[in-house]
Design a protein around this ligand. Structure first.
Ligand SMILES: [Cu+2]
Length: 147
């Protein structure tokens, strides 16, 4: 026996229509500009000398050739070399030159695959590594005895 199920079919149709409409509305609000989702160092974070690399992750893959990173410290701009991606929607670079303690700003410019550009910055502090806590000792540390 065949039973007509007009009502459920109509409900599915309306439901699908509403879902597609909602998805389109959400997409038109988000114009696909890359946004930083996290970084190393993080915003307000503290990095210790030797401070050798910076990395920013985005909410989408970025165009490496058009995206860039810049770093400024208390003495002015620091060189960032070898900007690359580790394939996780990130930009990473090595810090070159003398890093001094103080406030630093990492500025990023990210370009998405469809050409949308966004820029932002991350401010953090660089500090000297802690002095040897036991300068009179022999420097030996028990395994697992790291602070
Ligand atoms: Cu890397």
């Amino acid at each position: 026996m065949i039973t007509l199920k007009r009502r459920p079919a109509l409900a599915v149709l309306v439901g699908t229509f509403l879902a597609v409409g909602a998805a389109c509305a959400a997409q038109s609000q988000d114009e696909s500009s890359p946004a930083a989702v996290r970084s190393t160092p993080g915003p307000g974070g503290v990095a210790t000398i030797p401070f050798t690399s910076v990395r920013v992750w985005f909410n989408e893959e970025t165009d490496l050739a058009q995206s860039s990173l810049a770093l400024a410290g208390p003495d002015g701009s620091l060189s960032l070399v070898g900007v690359h991606s580790m394939g996780e929607g990130d930009l990473m670079a090595a810090v070159s030159g003398a890093v001094v303690p103080g406030d630093h700003t990492l500025t990023w410019t990210a370009v998405s695959a469809d050409g949308a550009t966004a820029t932002g910055d991350v401010r953090f502090t660089v500090v000297e590594a802690e002095a040897d806590p036991a300068p009179d000792g022999d420097g030996a540390q028990a395994p697992g005895d790291r602070d």
